[in-house]
Design a binder for this molecule. Structure first.
Ligand SMILES: [Zn+2]
Ligand SMILES: [Zn+2]
Length: 141
């Protein structure tokens, strides 16, 4: 048991909670998603960035302990494949085909960056002179 749940509230289709001690990743209002806290309490450790607390029955408000399972980010996207569309992209550096979700591609277009299959490909790609774009991390939404 890492956190005691002091209060619960709703927002954005999920339930959030305040904990004691306060969750290290709480938002500015002191809240953190309840299902993640429940899973962290069960595992007795914090979830990593790429780990997702998935609602087995698809009901995001159903935070019963048996309804929440630990799942990797990639696995989770496949699990919800009906809603997540994967798009084939060609890596600008090694020309290998790989899969991206649209939000990541949009992000790259916005940054006028190119699509790369990996950090090392992004790092070794030679941008035309004077157009070097600073690297930023890509996160899923
Ligand atoms: Zn899920
Ligand atoms: Zn590559």
């Amino acid at each position: 048991m890492l956190f005691n749940i002091i209060s619960i509230c709703r927002g954005g289709g999920y339930r959030y909670c305040r904990t004691d001690p306060p969750h290290p990743k709480r938002n500015s209002k002191g809240l953190y998603p309840l299902h993640r806290v429940i899973l962290e309490n069960r595992l007795n450790r914090l979830l990593k960035r790429n780990e997702i607390a998935h609602h087995k029955n698809g009901d995001k408000m159903d935070d019963k302990e048996e309804n929440i399972e630990l799942i990797g980010w990639r696995e989770h996207a496949i699990h919800h494949a009906k809603r997540v569309i994967w798009i084939k992209v060609i890596c600008q550096n090694c020309k290998k085909e790989f899969l991206r979700i649209p939000s990541q591609i949009k992000y790259n277009i916005k940054r006028k960056s190119k699509n790369f299959c990996s950090r090392s490909c992004e790092g070794s790609f030679q941008y035309p002179k004077g157009k070097r774009i600073s690297r930023g991390s890509v996160t899923a939404t």
